[in-house]
Ligand binder design. Sequence first.
Ligand code: ADP
Ligand code: GLC
Length: 486
Amino acid sequence: MTKSGSAVKVLFVTTELAPFSKVGGLGDVAGSLPKALRQAGVDVRVVTPAWPGVLERVAALGIKTTTVKTKVYAAYDWRIHSANVIKATVDGVTIYFLNSEDYSGSQYPSQLNFWSASPFAVFCMQALELKDAIDWEPDIYHCHDWTSAFLPCALAWHRHYRQTGGKSIMTLHNVAYQGILEPSPFLEASGLEPWSFNSSTMEFYGQVNLLKGGIVAATAVTTVSPTYANEIQTYESTRELSGILYQQRSKLRGIINGLDVKFWDPNGDKAIPAKFSAKDLKGKAACKKALLERAGFDPKSDAPVIVCVSRLVEQKGFDMVFNGAAQIAETGAKLLILGSGNDWIENGIIQASETYPQSIKLFKGYDEPLSHLMYAGGDIFLMPSVFEPCGLSQMISMRYGTVPVVREVGGLRDTVFDVDRPEGGNGFTFQTCDVDGMMWALRRAVDRYNNNKAQWKEIMLEGMHEDFTWDKSAGLYKNLYDELMQ
Ligand code: ADP
Ligand code: GLC
């Protein structure tokens, strides 16, 4: 609520948005949190770049669009960058897709330099200019990760925008990606005041660090779980950036992510061969059969099926998985992995699957429908992350009655509780970040599945009954917006 009693106006500024440009969980959050915020009474809208293929996806989904009469403009690198504003409404939330040549390249550049970073700075300035084109002025700009971290920097240090008094929130979905690049010619081109480049702002060991700038400049900072909010203030977790996060801790809070529980619902999911629910689990067996068939394994097998759906990057701990391949195969379980990412991880998994072809299968790539079948057809969901800001996959798997085995870190620690605690739980957890640690939890899960079907069902139901809606967290974001308006 603003002082005048009207709903707070919030513009989500995001470079990933499900179902149009999702890469990982950030896309899911940007696609689902605004709907929950609207229901909580926030006037929220979303702005996002029309990366290659995005408008085609919008059209393929049958979503109507209109082009806003006025374009948005941003002054950057001594010229004016303009973009068409394509408006759509999805589940009641207004989305503005910015369409221009600036967004014809890669959504996540493999190398960050002046050229590859420029679209992100332009996007943030166009987001600040949007108010004039749509005649709706946000009270708060809500930014996500380094890709929109230039916006709070601009509000604090840009020669034009620093006079405007806008408020911003920086949500940290993953502090491992910071947007680091050479200062020249970026700083000259950006319009930031030369005095703004120093060690207490965006300078970081001689480089520009966009995320650091965003953290320092934002009115408030949030991250996606309470545990990760604590972890990132330690050198062990975020190295040199931990000092800044510790220094800024009074404006930092951890708010756990929720899920779009309508989308991730085994009882309404069109991508799986049979529906099921906590009340009637029968369909899950048909999903398991279809998944085993798809993997080329015996569909009648009752061996536990361990599934992973993940970006294959260092964060996710897959070196433990391929280094533990022999032990995993020895348990008699089948391990199915869906994902793509770093070559060394893909190669490690390929090698493991070639060594144990009866036990391990990699589906390489990004495949949304297959991911649903994996969540539905699996028995165990393995997520041995080295670090995990929140993690959505473990929550999705629980919705589908697939019991998570996770490392106790970040948001995994806030959502998965070991069944062998005196008070019980919804999964199996471990702490030590190595093969032995992971196998300790995984063996307990496989053993419980094989030898105690009654308890296994209880664990499944515990997860299926968890509340993963956005309701509570949307309320916490709303409280934060209200606080900033006081
Ligand atoms: P992160 O954002 O770090 O990748 P999360 O667990 O928060 O991890 O979110 C991952 C999201 O991306 C989930 O919705 C998951 O199902 C999806 N996902 C990850 N890899 C794939 C893949 N290869 N194919 C389809 N969906 C994937
Ligand atoms: C990041 C994190 C993941 C989190 C997601 C959404 O990609 O790696 O843990 O769930 O963002 O906030």
